[in-house]
Design a protein around this ligand. Structure first.
Ligand code: 5GP
Length: 114
């Protein structure tokens, strides 16, 4: 598996605005925010795409959602609402091949997305 920029963020070789960290997960602000709140939640374990997730990763995916929910509450966007997104491969717009959950909020988000 090829290393991505997120491995450098995990190792702190590249600095980021860290919102949450524990031994298995990291959440940090997106460098190119698409909303007032735009945070990426990643597992430290590298899984390239959602296509590579299997049953043994179900806990990881669930815990990423729980971290996102907690951050949304801390950022006080939980009541107004927010969006959680996994982009997968080309048509999904994935550019970094280390799964990440986008947490977007702080403004009205359009649907359907472009
Ligand atoms: P994707 O397009 O793969 O779903 O999302 C990748 C996200 O990572 C993009 O929103 C992009 O702005 C963000 N990103 C890429 N490189 C960096 C970086 O070096 N630092 C941070 N904080 N975010 C990054």
């Amino acid at each position: 598996m090829t290393e991505t920029i997120f491995d450098k963020i995990i190792s702190k070789e590249i600095s980021s605005d860290i919102i949450y960290e524990d031994d298995q997960y990291l959440a940090f602000s997106d460098i190119n925010p698409q909303a007032p709140v735009h945070i990426l939640i990643i597992p430290k374990k590298r899984i390239p795409t959602i296509n590579d997730v299997d049953k043994s990763d179900a806990k990881t995916i669930g815990e990423m959602v729980l971290i996102a929910k907690k951050i949304a509450k801390n950022k006080q966007i939980d009541k107004d609402g927010y969006r959680l997104v996994f982009n997968c491969n080309d048509h999904g717009g994935q550019s970094v091949f280390h799964i990440h959950l986008h947490l977007l909020g702080g403004r009205q988000l359009n649907w359907p997305p472009g």
